[in-house]
Each structure stands twice: as C-alpha cells, then as structure tokens.
Design a protein around this ligand. Structure first.
Ligand SMILES: Nc1ncnc2c1ncn2[C@@H]1O[C@H](COP(=O)(O)OP(=O)(O)OP(=O)(O)O)[C@@H](O)[C@H]1O
Length: 312
C-alpha cells in the first residue's frame, strides 16, 4: 500500500502539488491523469524521493519514505520513464541487470532473470541480450526499459508516460503485456499518462490532477458516474461515457438463463464487446459461452442498452 498523506511541493513559493492525499492498495494500478503541468510527474517522483516533499508524508507499507535512504528506496521501487533512459554503452542484458548487480545477486540468478524478462516481453534472449540499445527499435527499447525497472522484482513500479512514444498498435500490446506482468508478480503500479483511454484500460483507480490539486480519485466507474467537477466530466469524455461504462462492465453481470441462435459471445468479453457483437449480427439476443465452449445463457441488446443509461 502506498499512502500519500497531504503532500505538498512548492517551487518558487508556488505549490505545484497541493495537499494531495490518496492511497494505492497493494497489487493495484493507479493512474495519474491531468493537464500538462498539473504536477503528475512531481507527485510520482516524490514517491521514490527523487523529489522531496515540503509538507506531508508518503508511507510505503506503513513506513515513512523519509526514513529510508534515497538510494535504498529507489532500488526497491522500479522506475520506467518515457524515452526509456537506457544506458547506451551497455548491452540489453547489462541494462536489465543494473539493479540486481547493485544488490549483488548471484550471476546465475541475474542471467535467469534477464532471460525470463526478455522472454516475457517477447524478445528472444538469444537474439537480443547482447545487442546495444541503438540496435533495437523504439518499441523494443521501451520494453527493455520496463524490463529493467522490473528486474529486481520490485513490489512497486512507477511509470511516467512509459508508452508515450509508441504507435497505437504497439501501445496496446505494451499495455496488455504490462497487465499480464502485473497480474503475475502482483506489483503495485502508479503510472502517469496523458491518454485517457490508457487510463481506463489500465487503472484500478484513477487520480485526476489539475493545477497541483487532486480533483478526484476513485474507481473508473465512479469517475464516469459521479464526476466531481466539470473538468473531470470533460476529461472522462462526455460523449464516450456510455461506451466507457460498457467497457468496464462484465458479461457475467448481465447474462440471463436461456438459449439464443447465432454466434456465441465468450463470457470473458466486456459489455462493450457484447454490444458490438449484437450490433454487427443485427441480433436482439446472442448466446453466451464459457471458455471451454459450454453454454452459459444469453445476453440481450436491451439489457446492455440499459447498462449505458446515465446513472440517476
Ligand atoms: N525542478 C523544478 N523547478 C521548478 N519548477 C518545476 C520543477 N519541476 C517541475 N516544475 C514545475 O512544476 C509544475 C508541475 O510539473 P510536472 O512535471 O509535475 O507536471 P506534469 O503534470 O507531469 O506535466 P506534463 O504532463 O507536462 O509532464 C510545472 O509548472 C513545472 O514547470
């Protein structure tokens, strides 16, 4: 758990982060969104004490970060930034091994970790371990940057626009890789992004910042249903709201008993995907099946439309 308690940072007498408080539960992803200059990066860098706060406290697992030497704290917390920040004269393997080496891991453990992470990020170790960053594409460099941040198996990972430079297709893949890795290691992640779609895709919680202040912090559904201010309402997308709500809803919560003709929808799909399938098929109702193909019931167009109505 990361507990941010009334944290303020001032530059030249001006609060760029102003009495911000929120908690990130262990093993969850919190996304920081907001306008440029709203204080997102400064807040993120206070978590690993690259920037020290003027007021307030940040607790990690109940421990005040100011009581932990900075270098020790930063070895415990992974940090990935836009433009990856790889060391140009070190190979991919050496880059990934940076923190495990500082921690004096055994050679065999380091080698195994490098191979595991490269494989996880779909970079064949035999091909990529000994290359230098300039011999990789931008997307590959980005993945190595995230792999390096994860190498020492940190419980916490801070990410500052890590996918900002990627094209939309690679960005989607990178987001899904991150979700898979987060699930596997149970990492607590705080990520800064400009991309509201990315925020909804990744976030268990979303923090909306404006001019140093935290306007709202909550589950994505809370932001859609009860935006705290017109700014938040605008940010979450007035027109997109019904579709975003459906994208956060599961089919399991709307499936009903009974059969229906037509191409079945998998139970793992979102309500938005189910709506698309119904519209595309021109159907009022379609069957729902389990992963193994077993029939589970059906879903109605009418029910889905009901899910997207403005909450009262
Ligand atoms: N070291 C510094 N000295 C003085 N002012 C700073 C410093 N670092 C940040 N600032 C100012 O603090 C404010 C918040 O900056 P920050 O980088 O945290 O915003 P941000 O929300 O991450 O912005 P962006 O989305 O553009 O990256 C800005 O006005 C910035 O100019």
């Amino acid at each position: 758990m990361i507990d941010i308690q009334s944290v303020t940072k001032r530059y030249g007498g001006k609060a760029v982060v102003d009495a911000v408080s929120f908690s990130v539960p262990e093993g969850s992803i919190a996304v920081l969104v907001g306008t440029s200059g709203s204080g997102k990066t400064t807040l993120l860098r206070m978590i690993n004490q690259l920037v020290s706060q003027d007021e307030g406290a940040i607790l990690i697992g109940g421990e005040d970060t100011r009581g932990i030497p900075g270098h020790e704290l930063r070895r415990r917390i992974g940090y990935a930034i836009q433009g990856h920040g790889l060391f140009p004269h070190r190979t991919v393997a050496e880059n990934i091994a940076t923190v495990p080496r500082l921690l004096k891991w055994e050679r065999s453990r380091i080698d195994a970790k490098v191979a595991e992470l490269l494989t996880l990020f779909q970079l064949d170790p035999a091909l990529y371990a000994d290359r230098y960053p300039h011999q990789l594409s931008g997307g590959q460099q980005q993945r190595v940057g995230v792999a390096r941040a994860l190498a020492a198996e940190p419980k916490i990972l801070l990410m500052d626009e890590p996918f900002g430079a990627l094209d939309p297709v690679l960005r989607g893949t990178a987001q899904d890789e991150l979700l898979a890795i987060q699930k596997r290691f149970g990492t607590t992640i705080v990520i800064v992004t400009h991309d509201i779609n990315e925020a909804f895709h990744l976030g268990d919680t979303i923090a909306v910042m404006d001019k140093g202040k935290l306007l709202q912090y909550g589950h994505p559904i809370d932001l859609l249903k009860t935006p705290a201010t017109p700014f938040v309402e605008g940010l979450v997308g007035t027109f997109d709201r019904p579709f975003r709500l459906l994208s956060l809803g599961t089919i399991a919560s709307v499936v009903e008993p009974g059969d229906a003709p037509g191409e079945p929808i998998g139970i793992d799909k979102t309500q938005q995907e189910a709506l698309a399938a119904l519209m595309w098929a021109g159907a009022q109702v379609l069957p729902v099946t389990a992963e193994d193909g077993a029939k589970l019931g059906r879903v109605r167009l009418e029910t889905l439309l009901g899910q997207a109505i403005r909450p009262q």
